[in-house]
Design a binder for this molecule. Structure first.
Ligand SMILES: *Cc1c(COP(=O)(O)O)cnc(C)c1O
Length: 405
């Protein structure tokens, strides 16, 4: 079977076609033609696809990009540009959009953490950029972090050859600061757990002239978080491109002080002998990130929220229709701040464990991915296509009813 492009090419070479239909008629015919079946790579490869009722998980390939983002990526792939020039211009545009002093597109939020840290360590000294992480002569080697803000992703800081110094109180933080202190690192969603809150944390950084970095990877929505933390006074802030922003999963944003973004860029491709040469983004991710951000900012966030909420309610009602099932709709305060559903049941009455239910959802057709622990099956709807909530609701109800006997 010829695909659509081959077919059009074939038509165009027929000598009489143009005469018969005229150019515009041919174009109209082409536009009206049903979309050619794209090659089904996942099926060919035997790779399972699924309804994402879980959320923005890297293991589940994050989010789906919107058409405008895909268009930008396809556009970017057609021409050569200078990589630094593109980062310069896109960085300026993004900075303006999110009211930051400067910005760059990174290879994800984790990459932004490495790049931001590297920039803080090297400044504009290319020789230092060549030496980190294993020759730290004349380079600061400590980053202070609250114990409650430790997270696996902080490995991205340690990639730069520094050691993390854990503290709990503001007093301990002040005491830990010395001539080796490079940066103070903050995990946005851990703010309620940490003893040193935003304002005090920033004030300590400013008092000692030490840059502060806030990891906000999963923290849109709300959209206002895109400027809230730089405006609050953090010197660097990062976001994942492929979570709530629904940009390329392999992209992210580093926002903040102009001098620090410039220094981060010094540690980034195309410069080869750098710690973040492994963190490459090309024109496709860079333009895709810009398009995704523009699209996100222009959205009707209230309408999005209402849709997610109605989808969650639909699934909740279907599940709680089964006797012995309890559902709870909640919204995490920071990070993945979206309507979320927790489904629990009396396991004496309904003889299936949450793990078994998740597995059965996974094994069905279509496959459905959910999350949760030993106590519950957890669901978000923000990464679903509209309509999929009906399939999820029906399946969960059926499986729970079957287990209730
Ligand atoms: C997801 C996440 C990251 C990593 O983000 P990527 O864009 O996947 O690199 C870092 N920090 C936190 C808190 C996250 O939630």
């Amino acid at each position: 079977m010829p695909n659509r492009r081959q077919l059009l090419k074939g038509l165009a070479t027929l000598p009489f076609v143009g005469g018969l239909f005229g150019g515009s008629a041919l174009a109209a015919t082409a536009a009206a033609a049903p979309a050619a079946p794209v090659r089904d790579y996942f099926k060919e490869l035997g790779v399972r696809t699924f309804i994402n009722a879980a959320g923005t998980y890297t293991a589940l390939t994050g989010s789906l990009m919107r058409p405008e983002t895909l268009d930008a990526i396809a556009y970017a792939a057609t021409q050569y540009v200078n990589l630094d020039e593109l980062q310069d211009r896109v960085g300026e545009r993004i900075a303006e959009l999110v009211r930051a002093e400067a910005a760059m597109v990174t290879a994800g939020a984790a990459s932004a953490i490495t790049l931001g840290t590297a920039g803080v360590l090297t400044g504009m000294d290319a020789e230092k950029a060549r030496r980190i992480p294993n020759d730290m002569r004349g380079i600061k080697t400590e980053v202070i972090i609250q114990k409650t803000h430790r997270v696996g992703y902080d490995h991205a800081i340690r990639n730069c050859g520094v050691k993390l110094v854990e503290v709990e109180t503001a007093k301990e933080m002040e005491k830990a600061i010395n001539e080796k202190t490079a940066m103070l690192w903050f995990l946005n969603y851990a703010n309620p757990k940490g003893q040193v809150k935003y304002e005090e944390f920033i004030a300590i950084g400013k008092k000692h002239g030490i840059p502060t970095f806030n990891d906000c990877a999963a923290d849109v929505p709300p959209v206002s978080n895109l400027w809230k933390y730089t405006e609050m006074g953090f010197d660097l802030v990062c976001f994942s491109g492929g979570k709530g922003l629904r940009g390329p999963q392999s992209a992210g944003l580093l926002l903040g002080r102009k001098d620090l973004i410039a220094a981060a860029r010094l540690n980034a491709p195309p410069r080869g002998n750098t710690v973040a040469r492994t963190n490459k983004v090309n024109k496709e991710e860079i333009l895709g990130m810009l398009a995704a951000l523009e699209n996100y900012l222009a959205r009707d966030h209230e309408a999005d929220w209402k849709l997610w909420e109605s989808q969650i309610r639909h699934i909740s009602e279907a599940a709680s229709a089964v006797k012995g099932v309890e559902t709870e709709i909640h919204v995490p305060e920071i990070a993945n701040h979206v309507p979320s559903l927790r489904i629990r049941w009396n396991q004496q009455q309904i003889s299936i464990t949450p793990d078994e239910l998740r597995q059965q959802l996974r094994m069905g057709h279509p496959s459905i991915e959910t999350v949760g622990g030993n106590e519950s099956v957890d669901i978000t709807t923000w990464m679903m296509n509209p309509g999929e909530e009906r399939i999820v609701a029906r399946r969960i109800q059926q499986l729970l009813e079957a287990a209730a006997g």
